[in-house]
Design a binder for this molecule. Structure first.
Ligand code: SF4
Ligand code: SF4
Length: 67
């Protein structure tokens, strides 16, 4: 099992392109014209979104101890 993580967005970099939401296999990210949203209960900590963001706006934070 990979380490459980929370995905965090750097709002100064994110331009709401929707790319991360498009590659997330579990729909744990939703992007609209006005905001980026993350749903922890759906995330499987695969990190695909982090690698997919063209501007490096996403990062991971360990969730250890918070479950
Ligand atoms: S780590 Fe994986 S499951 Fe979690 S939000 Fe990113 S792409 Fe989706
Ligand atoms: S891929 Fe990056 S820039 Fe695009 S919506 Fe996701 S976090 Fe924002």
């Amino acid at each position: 099992m990979p380490e459980k993580i929370r995905i965090i967005v750097n709002e100064d970099r994110c331009y709401l392109c929707g790319g991360c939401a498009g590659v997330c296999p579990t729909l744990a990210i939703r992007v609209s014209s006005s905001k980026w949203e993350f749903f922890q209960d759906k995330c499987i900590s695969c990190r695909i979104c982090i690698n997919a963001c063209p501007v490096g706006a996403l990062s991971a934070e360990p969730l250890e101890g918070e479950l």
